[in-house]
Design a protein around this ligand. Structure first.
Ligand SMILES: [Zn+2]
Length: 229
């Protein structure tokens, strides 16, 4: 309530465009908010495993396909951070609209996925934050694709340093062996879609895919809300 009143009396400058004022409870101005929605209509964000386009640092990625709804623009970054670190649930309708529109346009429904697994947080980090933002996105994806999402199958049992603090080459090493499949029989011969909020080098989704393929998955693809280009 106090936050609301302060914002009505003196709204903050939008951290994305630095021109307009933010519209409470959003972390950005109306213009930046709607620009995110508009973006989902024109971008084709499917990254197939085209050998010509494979990143040499990433040539061994076990992912079948990698889908991303948005480019990680300044406005998207402000919204993702507000959702991820401050638990701003008022952004869920925006993400729902963005993900829903992407799923319809990309033909993701026809890919034959069996289950959705959100990228897990280590339990100490999840306890501290109170929620796992990827699990919340996984629920949205699950509703649009009409397939179940499970948060208890793939877990993170090694508490690693935050990826954002590391260089590209260090990210893969940092994550090596940090995920575990709790019950392999639930993922054996399954086509799995993993869901995460943001992908930068792809190290996190790749490591999840390695772990799942080793445990007997038939294929693993990834859907992220935003991708850093
Ligand atoms: Zn703005």
């Amino acid at each position: 309530m106090l936050k609301y009143l302060l914002n009505v009396i003196s709204p903050a400058v939008c951290p994305s465009c630095e021109k307009s004022r933010t519209v409470y409870p959003l972390p950005v101005c109306g213009g930046c908010y709607y620009s995110i929605q508009a973006r989902t209509d024109d971008a084709d964000m499917l990254r197939e495993k085209d050998p010509e386009k494979i990143d040499p640092d990433n040539s061994t990625s076990p992912l079948k396909s990698e889908y991303s709804c948005l480019d990680y623009t300044r406005a998207v970054r402000c919204c993702v951070k507000s959702f991820k670190f401050y638990g701003n649930r008022d952004l869920i309708p925006l993400f729902r609209k963005t993900i829903g529109s992407y799923i319809i346009r990309s033909g993701l429904k026809k890919q034959g996925f069996d289950i959705i697994l959100p990228v897990p947080l280590h339990r100490s980090r999840e306890r501290k934050r109170g929620y796992n933002q990827s699990a919340m996105l996984g629920e949205i994806v699950s509703a649009f694709l009409s397939i179940p999402a499970y948060s208890e199958i793939l877990i993170k049992d090694k508490n690693t340093s935050p990826q954002s603090a590391l260089r590209k080459s260090e990210r893969r090493v940092n994550l090596k062996g940090s995920f575990t499949v709790v019950n392999s029989s639930l993922i054996e011969k399954k086509n799995i879609l993993i869901v995460d909020d943001v992908t930068t080098t792809g190290a996190t989704v790749d490591e999840c895919a390695y772990t799942l393929m080793k445990a007997g998955a038939s294929s693993v693809s990834a859907l992220t809300l935003a991708r850093v280009r």
